[in-house]
Design a protein around this ligand. Structure first.
Ligand SMILES: Nc1ncnc2c1ncn2[C@@H]1O[C@H](COP(=O)(O)OP(=O)(O)OP(=O)(O)O)[C@@H](O)[C@H]1O
Ligand SMILES: [Mg+2]
Length: 234
């Protein structure tokens, strides 16, 4: 469904991604593992159109998307749930969710999609009138994920959803991500929590200094010496 081929991305004269290639199929969870500064967010931003690769190509469902504006990429079915939630603090939960459906295709279905999101996150329904800035960190992350789903994506790219959250909330987020896959939505997931991420994902890529250095079945990666040493502290 998503095919990234040989992309190079720069910030000015500094190269952040080096010939990165990867694929994501329908309804699979693919993890992206890497240390701070490896280029994970840069890669997600390049896929979602916030950054432009200087060379290489990105195709989604057979259509070339590198060079498209980010709203056009959302319209095609890729939803980016950014690092650090980025909610509108003085808008209510419901208003924040509706902002995720602002594009044509999703807007017509927004009432129905909102019901689906409330089914996934029952707590948000009871809090729909509450201002986003007064929510707990975990609740804010739920809103950010719900808002990402309001655009009716076929692929969700999620940047560190569990950052700063308590283990019990993290478990819930992983459960929800698996639920999305079961509904047929593909997930590209960045997470610092490497053990739990590799246990949840189907496949994974490891990014080091802007380059993909390992790719494969995520359970197999859990057994790799380099992964154990560098990312699992074993
Ligand atoms: N706007 C920017 N301008 C210049 N350099 C940047 C910019 N954003 C990121 N970089 C650099 O690009 C490299 C990759 O950053 P990126 O944010 O993609 O890493 P990351 O893997 O997401 O790290 P983290 O785990 O800390 O979120 C880093 O060296 C960073 O300093
Ligand atoms: Mg990042």
């Amino acid at each position: 469904m998503l095919e990234v081929t040989d992309i190079n991305t720069f910030y000015g004269s500094i190269q952040a991604l080096w010939r990165v290639s990867l694929t994501i199929d329908e309804a699979e969870i693919v993890a992206l593992v890497g240390a701070n500064g490896a280029g994970k967010t840069t890669l997600l931003n390049t896929i979602s159109g916030l950054l432009r690769p200087s060379s290489g190509r990105i195709e989604f469902c057979g259509k070339r998307i590198d060079g498209l504006k980010s709203h056009a990429i959302v319209e095609l079915g890729i939803s980016h749930i950014p690092e650090g939630k980025r909610l509108f603090p003085d808008m209510s939960v419901r208003e924040n969710l509706e902002m995720g459906a602002y594009l044509q295709r999703a807007w017509k279905q927004r009432e129905e999609t909102l019901r689906e999101v409330y089914q996934l996150f029952p707590k948000l329904k009871s809090r729909q009138g509450q201002l986003a800035r007064t929510l707990s960190g975990g609740e804010q992350q739920m809103v950010a994920m719900g808002r990402g789903l309001m655009s009716k994506p076929r692929l969700c790219i999620v940047d560190e959803p569990s950052s700063g959250l308590a283990p019990i909330v993290v478990d819930e987020i992983f459960r929800i991500i698996q639920g999305l896959r079961d509904q047929g939505i593909a997930i590209f997931l960045i997470e610092q929590n490497v053990q739990q991420t590799l246990e949840t994902a189907d496949r994974a890529y490891v990014l080091e200094n802007g380059r993909i250095v390992i790719a494969g079945d995520s359970r197999k990666l859990l057994q790799e010496e380099h992964i154990k040493k560098a990312y699992l502290g074993l």
